[in-house]
Design a protein around this ligand. Structure first.
Ligand code: CO
Length: 132
């Protein structure tokens, strides 16, 4: 079951510059940069009331984030829904014919997996089961 929106993912070229923008222009604090497990990107979470924006910067020229930035430039990247049971959710989506990209992996907030925009009316969707 989907519980709520966990965060909105935003692709940025330079995480430090983006964090500085959120801090000095918008007056919002962000978490210290967190490296992804594969080392291909780093992220930082900006909390705004009950909402969270995830800033993501690719490291190097390989990987999906680097390809996204190259093709589309900076900006909105994905919406992330929090689920209570990742295994059940993935199983149910697959049964409904939705394209799940790979297997769930440990991300910034917990166990995470992406759904291909082909099956979601154009949105790159992330699901996360938060670490308890
Ligand atoms: Co995300």
């Amino acid at each position: 079951m989907i519980k709520q929106i966990s965060h909105l993912g935003v692709a940025v070229k330079d995480l430090e510059a983006a964090r500085e923008f959120y801090r000095s222009v918008l007056g919002l604090q962000s978490s210290e940069p967190i490296m992804s497990e594969d080392g291909r990107m780093q992220g930082s979470l900006v909390e705004i009331g009950n909402a969270v924006i995830e800033l993501l910067q690719p490291l190097g020229s390989e990987g999906v984030m680097a390809k996204f930035l190259e093709k589309r430039g900076e900006g909105f990247h994905h919406i992330c829904y929090e689920v209570d049971d990742m295994t059940a959710e993935v199983e149910s989506l697959k049964a409904k014919g939705i394209e799940v990209i790979g297997e769930p992996t440990e991300g910034i907030e917990g166990l995470s997996v992406f759904l291909h925009p082909r099956g979601t009316h154009g949105m790159l969707v992330e699901l996360v089961e938060k670490n308890k």
